[in-house]
Design a protein around this ligand. Structure first.
Ligand code: ACO
Length: 326
């Protein structure tokens, strides 16, 4: 067996803002109903940030929990990657703000912008450092305040999103180069910029100077989702050299229950192996996968040594999947 350096997830943490907004709360000011939202999406409630809460605060709270779970401190961290589409400021990155707030030493810190696919992209980027011995302790965070991008008069989008953050600690460990190794074992990342009009925000620093609001042709995005995600999952499994049937838990991006069920059906995945949080969290974009991972680990379903498959699709369009053994 050859000895290889693997990027191993050694700690997971999550944070959700205190304020809970139910479907009935939304129905008080937008023409919708709990029944419609639950039937079409599976969402029952979402968390929403306080007015004075920047996304970096969510990221810091999740990061502290992930570090504690890994038995590490901010002093150990030499790399911070934040996947977000809702930064505190146009610059600097959320990652450098997190570095300052946590009190980490000088190291590497930057954001990754791939919208809902951001966490999978960020894990792959982190792997490029950790598996080459260029980082000894990385924080990979997905953090979003998507409710700040909502047009609260658009019932087709404002009912779908929530706020939150999830984080993992990634550390290098020697493996044997087999699928029995712990660590990030395979990836498939995709982007198709020709589909921008299906899902975007109508503002930005280099166009109109505004933050903008999220615009989506939901049914068109839905149509691409099942096919695209299934292809990426299959490719990531092949990249890792595993059979999809050998995966213990699917930890998907939480956009719509019908998408999760469609992907599971297409790939022959037992629905009991799918971690679902969207009923409680709604779509938290780049935060949804690490939040779902945190939920599964904390409630004891996901155990060390198990094989996980993460997948996501979002604005860009971007999509991707990752195979990891915890
Ligand atoms: N309450 C009541 N009615 C509604 C609501 C609502 N909240 N939203 C839409 N409707 C209505 C529409 O107006 C439309 O009415 P009409 O027939 O009178 O015109 C009807 O419901 C059907 O609308 P559709 O958009 O066709 O509904 P659909 O079944 O496609 O569900 C949804 C919409 C939930 C948005 C779905 O398409 C979806 O989940 N799409 C994928 C979203 C996604 O995956 N996004 C990617 C990640 S997000 C990111 O990257 C930032």
């Amino acid at each position: 067996m050859t000895s290889v350096l693997r990027s191993v997830v050694t700690g997971v943490g999550g944070y959700l803002p205190e304020r809970v907004v139910t479907n009935d709360d939304l129905a008080k000011f937008v023409d919708t109903s709990d029944e419609w939202i639950v039937e079409r999406t599976g969402i029952r409630q979402r968390h929403q940030v306080a007015d004075d809460q920047p996304v970096s605060d969510l990221a810091v709270a999740a990061a502290r929990r992930a570090l504690a779970a890994a038995g590490r401190t901010p002093d150990d961290v030499d790399l911070i990657i934040v996947a977000t589409t809702t930064a505190d400021l146009t610059f600097p990155s959320v990652a450098t703000i997190v570095q300052r707030k946590l009190g980490c030493p000088v190291g590497i810190a930057f954001d990754v912008q791939a919208v809902c696919s951001g966490f999978v992209y960020a894990l792959s980027v982190a792997d490029g450092f950790t598996a080459r011995g260029r980082s000894k302790c990385a924080l990979v965070i997905g953090a979003e305040t998507m409710t700040r991008l909502m047009d609260w008069t658009d019932r087709g989008t404002c009912v779908l999103f929530g706020d939150g953050a999830g984080a993992v600690v990634v550390e290098p460990m020697a493996g044997e180069g087999t699928t029995a190794d712990r660590g990030l074992l395979g990836f498939a990342l995709r982007a198709d910029g020709t589909k921008q009009d299906l899902l975007y925000v109508d503002g930005g620093p280099s166009t109109n100077g505004q933050v903008g609001k999220l615009r989506m042709q939901g049914n068109q995005v839905f149509r691409h989702a099942v096919v695209n995600i299934s292809e990426a999952v299959t490719a990531a499994a092949a990249d890792a050299g595993i059979e999809i049937a050998s995966v213990d838990w699917f930890v998907p991006h939480q956009a719509n229950l019908r998408i999760l069920q469609g992907v599971a059906r297409r790939l022959g995945i037992d629905e009991h192996k799918v971690i679902t949080t969207l009923d409680q969290h709604a779509n938290t974009s780049a935060a949804s996968i690490p939040l779902a991972l945190d939920q599964g680990v904390r409630d004891g379903r996901i155990k060390p040594g198990q094989m996980l498959l993460l997948e996501a699709m979002g604005g860009g369009l971007t999509w991707g999947a990752c195979v990891l053994r915890l």
